[in-house]
Design a protein around this ligand. Structure first.
Ligand SMILES: [Zn+2]
Length: 204
């Protein structure tokens, strides 16, 4: 399966699976990275939700079950829209939209009903292994979102001051403003530098 460039080069900087999923709508103007079911599979492989072999197998299902693949893609976009609304509101200190929470609750119910508890390296955790389920990657995403809302440090949830991506701020004093210093932080510094020079020229 070929990975499209926009997924290959997508920065994975959210610090949480659900936030990385939200950040698949990239940049300003917005660049859609999940343009079809195959993109959803490619992204899942990129973030390690699926192995390359699993990705290959699911991508090949697109031909055999095109309607199921399209439904899974639509479900992904619906989940992403709900998560963006909820997490952006929380990051900005507002109230999470009730509809978004209700949508997430529906996905989480579905996730838990399809998952199984399996023993991993750090004790038991949820696992999704249904090979027939084309939406299998959505369940860990929905579950990560629910866990972040219920047990995560929501005061660490931030909206990037440069590109409006969502990320978890792991810095000790919660002072991070950008998703990545190299990309958005540098842009911001450049803007300030240009503005300062312009101001100096006007005053001098
Ligand atoms: Zn950014």
């Amino acid at each position: 399966m070929e990975t499209p460039e926009y997924i290959e080069e997508l920065r994975i900087v959210g610090g949480n699976l659900a936030l990385d999923f939200v950040n698949t709508m990239d940049g300003d103007p917005p660049l859609e990275c999940l343009r079809g079911y195959r993109d959803l599979v490619a992204w899942s492989v990129r973030v390690g939700l699926l192995s390359a072999d699993e990705g290959e197998r699911l991508a090949s299902e697109t031909e055999r079950r095109p309607e199921d693949a399209e439904a899974a893609h639509n479900d992904a976009l619906r989940l992403r829209g709900a998560l963006y609304g909820v997490f952006r509101a929380v990051a900005e200190g507002g109230d999470a939209p009730e509809r978004g929470l209700e949508t997430l609750r529906g996905y989480e119910l579905e996730a838990l009903s399809r998952g199984r508890l399996a023993l991993g390296d750090d004790g038991f955790d949820w696992e999704w292994t249904d090979e027939e389920d084309l939406a299998t990657m959505l369940w860990p995403v929905a579950h990560a979102a629910t866990e972040l809302l219920t047990s995560g440090d929501l005061d660490r949830l931030k909206l990037c001051a440069g590109c409006y991506w969502l990320f978890l701020d792991a810095s000790r004093n919660r002072s991070r403003r950008w998703c990545t210093m190299e990309v958005c932080g540098t842009d911001e510094k450049m803007r300030r530098y240009v503005a300062k020079r312009a101001a100096r020229r006007h005053s001098g």
